[in-house]
Design a protein around this ligand. Sequence first.
Ligand SMILES: *[C@@H]1O[C@H](CO)[C@@H](O)[C@H](O)[C@H]1NC(C)=O
Ligand SMILES: *[C@@H]1O[C@H](CO)[C@@H](O)[C@H](O)[C@H]1NC(C)=O
Ligand SMILES: *[C@@H]1O[C@H](CO)[C@@H](O)[C@H](O)[C@H]1NC(C)=O
Ligand SMILES: *[C@@H]1O[C@H](CO)[C@@H](O)[C@H](O)[C@H]1NC(C)=O
Ligand SMILES: *[C@@H]1O[C@H](CO)[C@@H](O)[C@H](O)[C@H]1NC(C)=O
Length: 293
Amino acid sequence: MAKNDKKNEWKEFFWNPRTREFCGRTASSWGLILLFYLAFYIFLAALFVLTMYVMLQTLDDHRPTYQDRLSTPGMMIRPKGEQLEIVYSLEYTETWERYVQALNNFMSPYNDSVQAQKNYECKPDQYFIQEDSGILKNFPKRSCQFKRSILENCSGITDRYYGYNEGKPCIIIKLNRVIGLLPARDRQPPYVTCGAKKYKVGNDEWADDSDKLGALAYFPPNGTFNLMYYPYYGKKAQVNYSQPLVAIKFLNITMNEDVNVECRINANNIPEGSERDKYAGRISFKLRINSLN
Ligand SMILES: *[C@@H]1O[C@H](CO)[C@@H](O)[C@H](O)[C@H]1NC(C)=O
Ligand SMILES: *[C@@H]1O[C@H](CO)[C@@H](O)[C@H](O)[C@H]1NC(C)=O
Ligand SMILES: *[C@@H]1O[C@H](CO)[C@@H](O)[C@H](O)[C@H]1NC(C)=O
Ligand SMILES: *[C@@H]1O[C@H](CO)[C@@H](O)[C@H](O)[C@H]1NC(C)=O
Ligand SMILES: *[C@@H]1O[C@H](CO)[C@@H](O)[C@H](O)[C@H]1NC(C)=O
């Protein structure tokens, strides 16, 4: 008998036919609870959607919202050896072949035919401005051709070893992309100059390898980055952008010696490398060509 009572108690907890309560609550009480939670969750979902929407509105698809305040672009060299060292032996082909291979790979997207197909023949010596007008996006933006033949003796076309086989190697320099940058030197295009790097040899004593550097040739002439390659509008807006290049050919470098070289960009609207970023706008590397003669 007691067993049956217990069972009935349980049953009544779930469904009490007298009071018409389910789990201790009437249908309308349950209904109110469900309604409350339904409204609550709808409210949360709406809040989430609204926040997302507002956030997405503040993002411009064609311009990164956050860009480190890089006003001074870094420079890079190709081929890039270990620790910015280019060291090889003239008579041992395998020691410089990898540099030639690296340059071939790097230059491949600059093939004249590739550039002619991808990019636009811009008017040289002036910025190629393609602003958006209001909300109307000027998109996609065109990019200017940079054909490797511009680099003449360092293009790898006439001299397929870039001078490495004769001890007159070419080094290619490019500036890191900085969105919106309009580099110039007294309204003239910015240009690259290379020289012997000063280095410390003792307390307040400095030396450089200028006597070993020899003559340099710059391609294109004067080592300029033409203005038409600026400004850069970003990867998404300018899908086919090709960074302009400058090549330096070492025509008479002293063999069997370390030669410390420093190249810098000359553009007076690019601030000198600050304490925070000493190497902005310049790059140094070591060049050593060994030869049996
Ligand atoms: C560029 O040209 C070189 C020969 O001049 C060729 O070997 C290479 O495959 C070309 N690259 C592209 C991407 O067309
Ligand atoms: C980018 O290059 C492709 C060919 O590779 C071309 O079809 C396309 O029109 C180019 N886009 C722009 C914006 O120049
Ligand atoms: C390029 O190389 C050729 C052949 O070696 C030479 O006659 C010419 O003067 C070089 N051009 C430049 C600008 O150095
Ligand atoms: C190179 O620079 C010199 C002197 O600044 C200038 O006279 C010459 O026109 C420049 N050449 C080119 C091709 O820009
Ligand atoms: C190359 O440099 C050496 C000194 O390192 C010099 O004696 C020689 O005249 C230079 N050659 C040319 C063609 O400038």
